[in-house]
Design a protein around this ligand. Structure first.
Ligand code: HPA
Length: 270
């Protein structure tokens, strides 16, 4: 049986439809998580929720302790993770309000601790990251959206930028030339760490603004908030439908990206 973890991004610091049982602060070898983990029921199944930017949205993307968050989810028995994020739209199909299920990732971030394995006693590990997201989770998200009659775009390249500022027009042009479809600030190293620790992980992204240069209008927080407010309602429905589907999801090759020795080492790390 899978236990589903949900990482909420901007606009999703709380899951309104989650029946909360308790909250737990988890100590990790990598420092503090963004906040306590929330345990509860969604769609009739156990889920664990964490707000990536903290429950009061106080942690900017470059200060999120991705290692602590991912380690904590794994530590409490989570097997599958849905990572919700607001993104900017770059390619023509990625208009504001669109929900997409990225299938590729380009990492433009810098200076973020990007691995659990720092060498020395922590070992040296090189995971296969050709497919950065779990296909099993992606398929179930697609199925969940379909059964709720919510349109989603299947497949997109997610470009992770450093932030917290938005990009320049030239940076978005470059990302577009590179093949980026949507841009966000939290997709890396979160996905990397999930794979290192053997979690089945996939993003669920809501386009909340046209990326820099993609609209004549300036990008304002008011416009973003309006799209986010409406769109996260649909995201919540997809999540509620996806959780029961994931409970039956078999673990796949994501869980064996590092050998048993390395995993054991991480699990027992103090
Ligand atoms: N750029 C980077 N991250 C974002 C954006 C954007 O335009 N919109 C939401 N997250």
């Amino acid at each position: 049986m899978g236990v589903v973890g949900i990482i909420g991004g901007s606009g999703l610091t709380r899951l309104k439809n989650l029946q909360i049982r308790n909250r737990r602060v988890i100590r990790t070898p990598f420092g503090e998580t963004s906040g306590p983990l929330t345990f509860g029921q969604l769609g009739g199944q156990e889920v664990v929720f964490i707000a990536r930017h903290g429950y009061g949205h106080t942690i900017p993307p470059h200060r999120v302790n991705y290692r602590a968050n991912i380690w904590a989810l794994h530590h409490v028995g989570v097997t599958h993770v849905i990572a919700v994020a607001a993104v900017g739209g770059i390619s023509a199909a990625m208009q504001s309000g669109v929900i997409c299920l990225p299938d590729q990732l380009i990492d433009y971030t810098s200076g973020r601790p990007g691995t659990f394995f720092e060498g020395g006693e922590s070992m040296v590990v090189h995971i296969d990251f050709s497919q950065p997201y779990c296909q099993g989770v992606r398929e179930r998200l697609l199925q969940a959206a379909g059964s709720a009659d919510i349109a989603v775009i299947d497949g997109a390249t997610y470009a992770a930028t450093q932030g917290p500022r938005l990009e320049t027009i030239a940076e978005i042009r470059r990302i577009e030339r590179d093949g980026g479809d949507v841009v966000g600030m939290t997709g890396a190293p979160e996905a990397v760490l999930a794979r290192e620790i053997g979690l089945c992980y996939a993003p669920l992204s809501l386009v909340v603004n046209p990326a820099a240069g993609k609209s004549a209008e300036p990008i304002t927080m008011e416009a973003i908030d309006a799209v986010m407010h409406e769109g996260m309602g649909r995201v919540r429905k997809v999540l509620e439908n996806a959780v029961p589907l994931l409970a039956d999801c078999r673990q796949c090759s994501c869980t064996t990206s590092v050998g048993p020795e390395a995993l054991k080492h991480l699990h027992n790390k103090k």
